[in-house]
Design a protein around this ligand. Structure first.
Ligand SMILES: [Mg+2]
Length: 234
């Protein structure tokens, strides 16, 4: 096995911060002059289309969502809403405590590291400035590709960008979006991060996976042992 493809939210990010998403959206709604509950519902309802890029950039998305909610923000308001929304998104991508050390370790082991995220515009726009960017050889974003998990094209793209056959790639994720079944069908070897220490984090999981991978770890730090030289790779 020469490649490792990671899910992003709840896998590389701290599962504990996911509970702050509503609070972050509320701050954006306030700047846009939209009731928080209405904004939350519009963001949730538009999620499947936002993550395949149908709403465009963060600025275009916030304008469209505000209009859906009956508001007409001016340019200055929109500027502030984008800034507020981006800083909220930044908090939501806080790395989990062991994430950067795991990535750094795997790089020393000569693994090629990829990312496969069902995400909206915020992550894609901010990616080069994140702490993850220098550690990931090839990111694949649903927003940019126009497909979401478990679409097999995403896994094929991730492997191709790493220059590693899918059969030599691990896929590591916390579940949701049927990502492990997608990985298995694409020919990758799936690993579930159960996040057992974060009860409640999985309650927000979208489109849960009915397929349970053979390889399961409770926390990301255990990945090093699973992939380590003592493992038989079977
Ligand atoms: Mg996830």
């Amino acid at each position: 096995m020469r490649g490792v493809v990671f899910d992003f939210f709840g896998t590389l990010t701290d599962p504990a911060v996911e509970s702050q998403r509503k609070q972050a959206f509320t701050a954006t709604a306030e700047v846009l002059g939209v009731p928080a509950e209405r904004f939350w519902a519009a963001m949730a309802g538009s999620f499947p289309r936002r993550i395949v890029g149908a709403y465009g950039s963060t600025r275009e998305t916030l304008l469209a969502i505000a209009r859906e909610c009956g508001a007409k923000p001016d340019e200055e308001q929109l500027d502030r809403a984008v800034a507020t929304h981006r800083s909220g998104a930044e908090r939501l991508r806080t790395p989990r405590p062991e994430a950067l050390a795991v990535l750094d370790h795997l790089r020393t082991q000569n693994y090629r590291l990829g990312l496969l995220s069902d995400c909206s515009s915020e992550l894609c726009e901010a990616w080069p400035d994140t702490v993850y960017a220098a550690r990931i050889d090839a990111p694949v974003f649903s927003w940019k590709e126009g497909h979401r998990k478990p679409d097999p094209r995403l896994y094929a793209t991730a492997a191709a960008r790493l220059g590693v056959p899918v059969s030599e790639c691990w896929f590591v994720g916390d579940g949701g979006s049927r990502e492990h079944d997608g990985a298995r069908r694409a020919g990758m070897r799936p690993v579930l991060v159960t996040n057992a220490a974060y009860p409640g984090a999985n309650l927000l999981r979208d489109d849960p996976d009915s397929y349970l991978p053979e390889h399961r770890i409770d926390d990301l730090g255990e990945l090093i042992r699973l992939l380590g030289p003592s493992h038989d790779n079977g």
